[in-house]
Design a protein around this ligand. Structure first.
Ligand code: TRP
Ligand code: SF4
Length: 328
């Protein structure tokens, strides 16, 4: 018996990197065994900040699903679907927009942050302001019990709970209040030691080939104070060491000692890491190569997921319309 309903989504914004993988996807893969999981490609959400240029969206949707499947999400264990295929999200979003006070949206911290950060895009739009309301619809239309999110998404989940409470109070108890599921995720820096991010060009993509991984690892920033092999190193400031903590748990204490004692060189330390990473990532890479040969299979998996998700969403919408007495 599964422990409850989990729902989460990701925006299709292009090739996933290891930061995204360890930040969320690795966790989803574990959750699919324990919970009834609904995972969706949040293509409408991608429009809230990227409505001007939609030329890559189909490709990005496909790539995201390939990232999921090659990492180990399985259509036998979870429901994977596309947000824009389930029109019930849009209907519930519209209904919630009627009863959500503007102030709940304008005081949302992520709203204020992004408005001040995204200077290159015009996001002073109705859709961007209302995005937490759409997210509430995404979650509540499946009556999800738990939502795995990062800390940054907590205000949105709180808003979802407020929207659910308000609906239940105004009409009738239709929605459970979803709980956040905060899980420790492993944090990997980028190749240059800053946060791993596409905009910094410091990523390792989930789709990188073994040779690309080896090349990228060889360019990683190490302890800048270390010039010769016998200089004592400071693993705590070294990017390579952060990666050893994730990919090479068995040797990490030895490496720390040897580095501090000036007993290993950075080149050798990087080669060791690269091989551990290649071992971890090769199965993912090979599954990807196989999937790329079968584009119709990806479509079938999403269509089957859509069917499944739609059934659940339709049932909730019947209850919503009836509670609101708009089921004429
Ligand atoms: N807002 C999330 C993001 O930008 C994606 C998302 C949309 C989501 N709807 C969701 C996550 C519902 C969890 C639940 O990453
Ligand atoms: Fe980093 Fe390894 Fe070099 Fe130490 S030996 S500084 S951990 S790369």
């Amino acid at each position: 018996m599964k422990k409850g309903i989990i729902l989460s989504g990701m925006r299709p914004t292009g090739a996933m990197h290891l930061g995204n993988y360890f930040g969320a996807l690795e966790n989803w893969i574990k959750l699919q065994d324990e919970y009834e999981c609904y995972f969706f490609v949040a293509d409408w959400h991608a429009l809230t900040t990227g409505y001007e240029d939609t030329s890559n969206i189909k490709e990005n949707i496909n790539d995201l699903v390939i990232d999921w499947l090659s990492s180990g999400l399985s259509p036998e264990k979870c429901t994977m679907f596309l947000q824009s295929s389930i029109k019930e999200h849009a209907e519930l979003h519209l209904l919630f927009s009627m009863s959500t006070p503007l102030a709940w949206l304008t005081r949302c911290p992520t709203y204020k942050d992004q408005l001040s950060q995204m200077k290159d895009k015009n996001i002073t739009t109705y859709g961007f302001l209302g995005y937490p309301c759409l997210q509430a619809a995404d979650i509540l239309v499946y009556k999800a019990n738990f939502v795995p999110v990062g800390e940054d998404q907590l205000p949105h989940l709180e808003l979802t709970r407020e929207i659910a409470r308000r609906f239940n109070f105004l009409f009738s108890e239709v929605f459970p209040e979803p709980q956040p599921k905060l899980t420790k995720s492993k944090v990997l820096p980028g190749l240059d030691g800053r946060k791993m991010s596409k905009s910094y060009g410091n990523t390792i993509a989930l789709s990188d080939s073994p040779d690309t991984i080896r090349k990228k690892v060889s360019t990683m920033i190490t302890d800048p104070a270390r010039i010769r092999k016998d200089d004592p190193g400071h693993p705590d400031v070294c990017t390579v060491f952060s990666f050893h903590k994730v990919f090479n748990e068995g040797e990490v204490t030895d490496i720390e000692e040897q580095c501090k004692g000036g007993k290993i060189g950075c080149v050798q330390c990087k080669r060791n890491l690269a091989e551990k990473m290649v071992n971890y990532m090769t199965p993912i890479y090979e599954r990807r190569q196989a999937l790329l040969q079968k584009p119709e299979m990806i479509r079938e998996i999403i269509e089957a997921g859509n069917e499944n998700a739609r059934k659940r969403a339709q049932k909730t919408m019947e209850e919503v319309r009836s509670a609101m007495k708009i089921d004429w």
